[in-house]
Design a binder for this molecule. Structure first.
Ligand SMILES: NC(=O)c1ccc[n+]([C@@H]2O[C@H](COP(=O)([O-])OP(=O)(O)OC[C@H]3O[C@@H](n4cnc5c(N)ncnc54)[C@H](OP(=O)(O)O)[C@@H]3O)[C@@H](O)[C@H]2O)c1
Length: 261
């Protein structure tokens, strides 16, 4: 199986920690140059410096807020002008929890900006280079909620669905250019995001965080949460030459938690 990404350049967003950092690590292991993007420069510099080196790979980082679309586009266009981006991993922090009916309009607009419009700005910035190379990979990190909405994540459920529909549409538009667009839907994964969700649920239910964690664990057939590297590996596979005919899918990596087929 051809997993070799030597000579390719990946831009991995939301990569100062968590799933994004793990995806950057897995992609570097497959041989490509990786640029990591998030808001905190010190964390990014440390992540980039720690990425695996297989030969002469040039890793780097960009500090940017994906909600600031004009600045984001300018930074990524400049990056791509210097070294075309062949692989884009769209990923950022999840929206705050709470029921859909109670959320303010601003919460929906913030999430739409940070997820859908940010992804859109990033794709537009890297697309000319992918088209010129007639090779590209876009992987969006979303959530299992695109298939089974998750109670207490009203804004997130709504925005994730929009991202999944946008991605499916793109996959059909760009396939003829040698570009694939796929989504990874993580299950419960041991990162800061899951700590935030557990804390929210504990506060809202009056349960201890340990009890919330245990109840969540019991819903997973694998009987454990995922390690970030397990999600990163699925992302890296979808970016590999071996996955060239996989396009427009939403791949759940959830230890079997979802009940739908
Ligand atoms: N962990 C799970 O169990 C789980 C399950 C399903 C779905 N997901 C989703 O998967 C995605 C990644 O999750 P995670 O667990 O890895 O989250 P995480 O540990 O909270 O990491 C989020 C990353 O996004 C960056 N980020 C946040 N806001 C940003 C912004 N405005 N601009 C640029 N970068 C930003 C953060 O870095 P900076 O702070 O440096 O900007 C960080 O690197 C999220 O959308 C999450 O909701 C996670």
């Amino acid at each position: 199986m051809d997993l070799d990404l030597t000579g390719k350049h990946a831009l991995v967003c939301g990569a100062s920690e968590g799933i994004g950092r793990a995806a950057a690590h897995e992609l570097a292991l497959l041989g490509c140059d990786v640029t990591v993007l998030a808001r905190r420069p010190e964390a990014l510099a440390a992540v980039a410096a720690a990425l695996p080196q297989r030969g002469a790979q040039a890793h780097g980082w960009i500090a940017a807020d994906v909600s600031e679309h004009a600045a984001l586009s300018a930074q990524v266009q400049a990056l791509a002008a210097g070294k075309p981006v062949h692989i884009l991993v769209n990923n950022t922090g999840g929206p705050p929890g709470g029921p859909a009916h109670a959320a303010e309009d601003a919460a929906y607009l913030d999430a739409f900006n940070r997820h859908l419009l940010a992804n859109h700005a990033l794709v537009r910035a890297v697309l000319p280079g992918m088209r010129a190379a007639r090779w590209g990979r876009v992987v969006n990190v979303i959530s299992t909620s695109v298939k089974e909405p998750i109670a207490g994540l009203g804004v997130s459920n709504t925005i994730r669905g929009a991202v999944a529909s946008w991605a499916k549409t793109l996959s059909r538009e760009l396939g003829a250019d040698g570009i694939t667009v796929n989504n990874v839907l993580p299950g419960y994964t041991r990162t800061a995001r899951i700590d935030q969700i557990v804390a929210d649920r504990a506060r809202n239910s009056g349960q201890a965080p340990e009890a919330v964690l245990e109840a969540m664990r019991k819903t997973v057939p694998a009987n454990r949460f995922a390690e970030p590297a397990e999600i990163g590996a699925a992302i890296a596979f979808l970016c590999s030459p071996a996955a060239g005919y996989v396009n427009g899918v939403s791949l759940a990596v959830d230890g079997g938690r979802m009940q739908s087929i």
